[in-house]
Design a protein around this ligand. Sequence first.
Ligand code: AP5
Length: 295
Amino acid sequence: MASSMAAAAAAAAASLSPPPLSTERSVARCGHLFPGSPASSRPLRFHSARRGGLSPATRKPRSLPRAAKAVVAVKADPLKVMIAGAPASGKGTQCELIKTKYGLVHISAGDLLRAEIAAGTENGKRAKEFMEKGQLVPDEIVVNMVKERLLQPDAQEKGWLLDGYPRSYSQAMALETLGIRPDIFILLDVPDELLVERVVGRRLDPVTGKIYHLKYSPPENEEIASRLTQRFDDTEEKVKLRLQTHYQNVESLLSIYDDVIVKIKGDALVDEVFAQVDRQLTSSLDKKTGMVASA
Ligand code: AP5
């Protein structure tokens, strides 16, 4: 991934008149898009006044060369991802892996709601009533909560990974109104009979936040095993209600995001699912970088 993006950035840089940007410097400047390469906070400088024959005072202000704009645009437009799927389809598990590889800011509607419950806020108390019944929490609580998190500087700079949001037509339309659209909408597809087993066996580590499963990803040692907790809505009875709610709402999202939807089979091993997710994200990122580099 990094090599094709680096090539695109290099192609953009190559057409600049003196001094040309080296691939390495271009990549470093877009560091947040290239996990593993350091982000640079230095401003971009595409022209040396001395080499151009004019002093800074006498040189006319001019707009950036076309390719330079392209490189700036790459920096300004990181990847935006939505991930959806039935309860326990593996959204949270895949998000951890995506976050590590792509450096996106992970925003989980469910986690934000559980944080409100843990903090004992009024919104948290109301949200819990709906979550216990496996229903969607009303928009007046969820929409602003997610919007505010999404508009924080870190999500704008690094890109975002929206997990379990939007979940209904009205939530998607609230984002559309703000001009917020993903580059890719991943839909994890897992047969219902597996979902119940996954929910009932799921455990969480309150110290690291890591998601375990008693059968599929058991804790590494006794110490971790002894502190694992279970979510209040992770019972067989409640997951059936959550599944119903999912199927009632998911169709309405498909029409809104049909141009960017990618369905991924989520019933394979975690790493195999991630390999598919990774391929799709790389391709999205390549397309994005290619588009701006050739602009
Ligand atoms: P939320 O917390 O989002 O729950 P959910 O959508 O039901 O999804 P889960 O978190 O249960 O599962 P997951 O897909 O993340 O799976 P995980 O990776 O953990 O929402 C909870 C509630 O909040 C909702 O019911 C609703 O009331 C409310 N809410 C949330 N968003 C809302 C919104 N937008 N609007 C209104 N209300 C909202 O994996 C599950 C288990 O399977 C784990 O044990 C894991 O180890 C295991 N596993 C994962 N992948 C694999 C694999 N490939 N193979 C084997 N095991 C696997």
